[in-house]
Design a protein around this ligand. Structure first.
Ligand code: ATP
Ligand code: ATP
Ligand code: MG
Ligand code: MG
Lengths: 255, 255
């Protein structure tokens, strides 16, 4: 049974792309078949896997609009078992084009119906907004995984995001669950990280992953080599944390 | 002569809000009359100035849609000479509502025409996207100030943003200038910051501000107190950098 998970948070720069890429890599490393959907017109996940700008069409845009055969839109990555739907700048146009189309929130869901059974996990990397692209992702998903940077503004955005999830449950996707909240860029050197972690663990204990992703410069170096940090430097603190996150996610599935 | 400047970059979490708030504060400190427009539905700039969630309507949404008298939408801040147009969640609705409206990119511009002469500077804090709200900001602006986090993904987004600016010059705003690129969250401890700074300073020397904003935990602590860092801790490295940025901006105006 394929599980579709959206990595979403309207706050920018909280680690959505980094978490999507490395969770996908860690799951593929334990023999899961994984599809990563790059739904952000910035195309950071596509860059992070070394997909050149010239090789991104057809990609997610053509897939959503039904312009190409789905299989043509997929790309293999350097990781066995991990495929990606790459994002190009065209995707920014989809935001406006979809507004006046019937069933506008379900285009991605309808596309994924045709191919998702070939995968154990589909992870969707969302742009930093609650716009039509993100609504398409949440309509297509079984659950949402929320990366939360250990900063004040992130905490403030969480309340707004949880309200939006409630609204989505009563409209486009009654089955949407919260997979969990993962604390990212935790910096032991400053108290702000500890305060934010304490707030979230206290208010939403049932949703917060035990694994916390530390701030680790190796993580931010990896994208310039077109690799997830798990491949760039498997022994660094960031990689170890992402492997722990994957095993925590898998053990939650079982119970 | 009022100057309207957008703080924009579709990459999330690069310091748009932090730069908008502290530049506005530093300009007000040297007796300029300043209006900060919070154009992000997240409302981080409104939070950063301590505007409570209950006090944000009427605000930017009502101002853009022409639902209220402009003066009703403005709020004074704790800083003399600095006013804010606060953002509420309604603003997220404007993205979809504006798509089918005539002259959809010029709603903010038309609204600002009526009130901007009361100010020396209008700074617009944009959401992390190139959507209709950001297009409204760029249509209304004399120039764009681009905060650029010293990270690889930011660098990649810059090329895309510069192309978008070219497109805007040939469509909705032929007069749009580039005010400059300001490097943010520079971390002396890691080489990535230095590499990104070197790349930008080498490729676009005429656009990069000499002032670089260092990563400084006091900056990220300030929002939880509802104050810009310039008020929260005027002597910290972040505050000193923002004051230098304001004087660099002012000296560029004169020449
Ligand atoms: N654990 C970490 N340690 C250090 N840097 C990190 C870590 N996680 C992410 N980063 C860096 O922080 C920046 C933001 O991360 P990322 O791009 O994954 O966030 P995002 O939420 O996807 O951003 P956007 O909102 O623009 O889509 C990137 O430059 C990334 O390399
Ligand atoms: N110089 C700095 N040193 C340390 N932290 C900083 C600095 N500048 C900004 N921050 C923190 O980094 C985070 C991102 O900054 P900010 O919210 O201003 O970016 P943004 O571009 O406005 O984000 P968004 O794309 O979500 O609108 C915030 O938590 C902020 O407090
Ligand atoms: Mg991202
Ligand atoms: Mg912001």
């Amino acid at each position: 049974m394929t599980k579709v998970i959206s990595l979403a948070n309207q706050k920018g720069g909280v680690g959505k792309t980094t978490t999507a890429m490395n969770l996908a890599t860690a799951l593929a490393a334990v023999q899961k078949n994984v599809l990563l959907v790059d739904l952000d017109p910035q195309g950071n996940a596509s860059t992070g896997f070394g997909i050149s700008l010239k090789d991104r069409t057809p990609g997610t845009y053509e897939f959503i609009e039904g312009l190409e055969d789905s299989k043509e839109c997929l790309r293999a990555t350097q990781i066995p078992g991990l495929y990606i739907l790459p994002a190009s700048e065209h995707l920014a146009g989809a935001e406006i084009e979809l507004v006046n189309v019937d069933d506008r929130e379900n285009h991605l869901k309808n596309g994924l119906q045709k191919i998702k059974n070939a995968f154990d996990y589909v992870l969707i990397d969302c742009p930093p907004s609650l716009s039509l692209l993100t609504l398409n992702a949440l309509a297509a998903s079984d659950s949402i995984l929320i990366p939360l940077q250990c900063e004040f503004y992130s905490l403030e955005g969480l309340a707004h995001l949880l309200k939006t999830i409630q609204r989505i449950r009563t409209t486009i996707n009654p089955l949407l669950q919260i997979e969990g909240i993962v604390l990212t860029m935790y910096d032991r050197r400053n108290t702000l990280s500890a305060q934010v972690a304490y707030e979230v663990q206290n208010h939403l204990p049932e949703h917060v992953f035990k694994t916390i992703i530390p701030r680790n410069v190796r993580v931010s170096e990896a994208p310039s080599f077109g690799k997830p940090v798990l491949i760039y430097d498997v022994r660094c603190p960031g990689s170890i944390a992402y492997m722990n996150l994957a095993s925590e996610l898998l053990s939650r599935q079982k119970s």
